[in-house]
Ligand binder design. Sequence first.
Ligand code: FES
Length: 113
Amino acid sequence: MTMTLQIDKVRIHVTDLSGSDREIEGEIGNSLMEIIRGSGIDDIPAFCGGSCSCASCHVHIDPDFASLLPAMAEDEFDVLEGAAHRIEGSRLSCQVQASSEMNGMRVSIAPQE
Ligand code: FES
């Protein structure tokens, strides 16, 4: 008998810095930063490698989905506090783990500082 390994995936829509919209797929449990970069979109430099200290992974989450995300930890809040282009749905994509509730979520990459 052959077993097929099912890896749960999530699909999200990403607007890059040129304004292009793409639907991408990533593994649940990975960070949005990893999923976006892994899809070939290179607008997120992730200078700190995902350690919540650079804000170069800043994204804007569609308001319809923002409430589905886990609450921000204090260090994410602190880093975003000084970020330009901060809006209500701002998050650091390295601090947001993909979950099945995020299927169909719209995310825009925030302009770099
Ligand atoms: S990659 Fe640096 S804060 Fe997210």
